[in-house]
Write a new protein. Structure first.
Length: 485
C-alpha cells in the first residue's frame, strides 16, 4: 500500500497530526525496510565475493607449491601459510587428486593412495563431482563436508611434466581442490544483519521522534490560531491577534476582514432598529398626549393601545439588540455595580411600599459576557416583578464558576403555583390582571437569557414567595465598569 493510499483510507475528518504522522511513519518504515534489504544484499554479495576470492587465493598458492616426487606422486614443495589447514575440521580444506590414479582405482583404500589432503580433513575425503574442469579453468561447486557441513569449493586441473621422458602427459594431471565451510560466509552476514537492524531500528526511532517534533512544531501556529479564535469567541479580543507564518497570515487577514464586516453589519442593523423604534415612538407619544387631555372612552382606548404598542416596540428592540450582542467580541459587564445601581433605582420607584431590598455579599470578579444594557434589562425586570409581588422583603444573590453566572432573586410574596410558571413566562401573560404591567417582563428576561445562551427558571423561594434563577454566561475578567444609573 502506498503512502497516498494509506492517507486516503484515513477518515477525511481525521486529525492533521494523525494524518501527517501516519504518512511519515509509513514512509520511514518503508525506507528502513528497503535500506535494510539493500544493505544486507550488498554485504552478502561482498562476503560471498571475498569468500570465493580467498578460496581462489588458496588455490593459487596450492598450485604454486605443487610438485611431483620421483614416483610421480603429488607433493608440496612447502606447506600452505594458513594455519587453519593444519587444524582438524577447522572449516578450511585442500585436496589434490591424481586424475590417472583415481580413474584406475575402485577401492577407497587405493583411491586414497592417489590423493594428497590437508591435515584439517583428518580422515575425511572431499567427494567432488566426477567431471573435472578443462585445463586452466576454475569451477565452483557446493559439496558435502565433514560432520554434515556444507562447503563452498573451487577446483582446477594442473598438468606437470615430471621429466621422466614419458610420452603420455595425462599421467601427471592433478585435480587441485580448495574448500571452506559456508558458515565462514553465513555467520558474518548474520552478525552484520543483526547489527544492521539494531542500527536501523535506532535510526527509525530517531526519525519518528523527529517527525513528532516536526509535526508539533509545524502545527503550533494552528494551536496559536485556535487560541486566538477562542479569545475572539470569549470576547477577549475583537480580531485575531498575533504573528503567524506566511502560509496562515492570509487566512488570518481574511478572517479579520470578515469579523470587521460582520461588526459593521450588526451595528447598521442595530442603528436601523433604533431609528425605527424612535420613528414609531414619536407618533405614539403624540397620540398619547392628545388622548391624555380627554376623559372619554375613545381617549382611554387610545392611551391603552399606545401604551401596549410602546411596550411591544421596546420588547422587540431589546430582542434585536440582544441577538447581536453575543456575537460581538470584547463585550462584558461587571455584575456587582450594576446590581447595586438597580437596587437603588428600585428603592426610589417603590419607596411608598417601604420594601427591604437586600443584596447578599457577592464576589467582585463576577462578570457577564454581554452588554450592560441587556443585563440591566433582564435584572431590572426581575427586580421590578419581585418588588410588585413582595410583601416586605426582596433578596438578591449571585455566584459564578468562571463559565456561568447564577443570579437568584427571592421575594416573600404569595408566589406562583408550579403549574402556572411556564405560562407567565410566555409573552403577554400576566399572573394577576390587577397588578399593572403588560405581561412582557418575564418573557423579555427569558428571551434575552436564551439569546445569550442562558436560561430563566422559576421556583419556590425560602422567603415564601417566588424565586427567579437567572443563568448567564460568565466572562474571565471585567472590562471598564459600565455606567449605570
Amino acid at each position: 500500500m502506498s503512502g497516498h493510499a494509506l492517507l486516503s483510507r484515513l477518515a477525511p475528518h481525521a486529525s492533521l497530526r494523525i494524518r501527517l504522522l501516519a504518512g511519515t511513519v509509513f514512509w520511514i518504515a518503508t525506507s528502513i525496510a528497503v535500506a535494510a534489504w539493500g544493505l544486507s544484499s550488498l554485504f552478502r554479495d561482498h562476503v560471498a565475493l571475498q569468500f570465493h576470492a580467498e578460496l581462489k587465493t588458496h588455490l593459487d598458492q596450492l598450485t604454486a607449491h605443487l610438485a611431483v616426487d620421483g614416483e610421480g606422486h603429488p607433493t608440496l614443495a612447502m606447506p600452505l601459510s594458513d594455519p587453519r589447514l593444519s587444524l582438524p575440521y577447522s572449516g578450511l580444506y585442500w585436496q589434490i587428486d591424481d586424475l590417472a590414479a583415481t580413474a584406475m582405482t575402485t577401492t577407497s583404500a587405493s583411491a586414497l593412495a592417489g590423493r594428497l589432503r590437508s591435515r584439517s580433513l583428518w580422515d575425511s575425503v572431499l567427494l567432488v563431482p566426477p567431471d573435472a574442469p578443462a585445463d586452466g579453468e576454475i569451477h565452483r561447486h557446493r559439496v558435502a563436508g565433514p560432520a554434515g557441513s556444507r562447503l563452498g569449493m573451487v577446483e582446477r586441473v594442473v598438468r606437470i611434466d615430471a621429466g621422466t621422458g614419458a610420452a603420455d602427459p595425462a599421467a601427471h594431471a592433478f585435480r587441485l581442490i580448495v574448500a571452506a565451510d559456508e558458515k565462514l560466509m553465513v555467520e558474518p552476514v548474520n552478525r552484520f544483519n543483526g547489527a544492521l537492524w539494531l542500527a536501523l531500528g535506532i535510526l527509525a526511532a530517531g526519525l519518528v521522534v523527529a517527525a513528532l517534533v516536526q509535526v508539533n512544531v509545524g502545527l503550533a501556529p494552528l494551536r496559536k490560531l485556535r487560541a486566538a479564535l477562542t479569545r475572539v469567541r470569549d470576547g477577549d479580543a475583537r480580531h485575531l491577534e498575533g504573528r503567524f507564518p506566511a502560509e496562515i497570515t492570509p487566512l488570518v487577514e481574511e478572517f479579520n476582514s470578515v469579523l470587521t464586516q460582520n461588526a459593521e453589519v450588526v451595528e447598521r442593523a442595530r442603528t436601523q432598529a433604533g431609528n425605527l423604534a424612535h420613528a414609531l415612538k414619536t407618533p405614539l407619544s403624540v397620540l398619547a398626549n392628545a388622548a391624555a387631555g380627554q376623559d372619554d372612552e375613545l381617549a382611554r382606548l387610545v392611551v391603552g393601545q399606545v401604551d401596549a404598542a410602546s411596550r411591544q416596540v421596546d420588547y422587540h428592540l431589546a430582542r434585536a439588540r440582544a441577538a447581536a450582542t453575543p456575537r460581538m467580541p470584547a463585550v462584558r459587564t461587571a455584575l456587582q455595580p450594576l446590581l447595586e445601581a438597580l437596587l437603588r433605582t428600585m428603592r426610589r420607584i417603590h419607596a411608598e411600599r417601604q420594601l427591604e431590598l437586600l443584596l447578599l455579599p457577592i464576589a467582585e470578579n463576577l462578570v457577564f459576557r454581554g452588554e450592560a444594557h441587556d443585563l440591566q434589562e433582564m435584572l431590572g425586570n426581575l427586580l421590578d416583578n419581585a418588588c410588585k409581588w413582595a410583601s416586605r422583603r426582596v433578596e438578591v444573590a449571585a455566584t459564578g464558576d468562571g463559565e456561568k453566572l447564577v443570579i437568584r432573586v427571592d421575594d416573600d410574596g404569595r408566589g406562583i403555583a408550579a403549574g402556572e410558571r411556564d405560562a407567565v413566562v410566555r409573552r403577554g401573560v400576566r399572573a394577576d390582571q390587577l397588578v399593572p404591567g403588560s405581561g412582557l417582563g418575564l418573557s423579555i428576561v427569558d428571551d434575552l437569557a436564551r439569546i445569550h445562551g442562558g436560561e430563566l427558571r422559576l421556583a419556590d423561594s425560602p422567603l415564601g414567595g417566588l424565586r427567579a434563577v437567572l443563568e448567564l454566561p460568565a466572562a474571565g475578567r471585567a472590562a471598564a465598569p459600565s455606567a449605570v444609573g
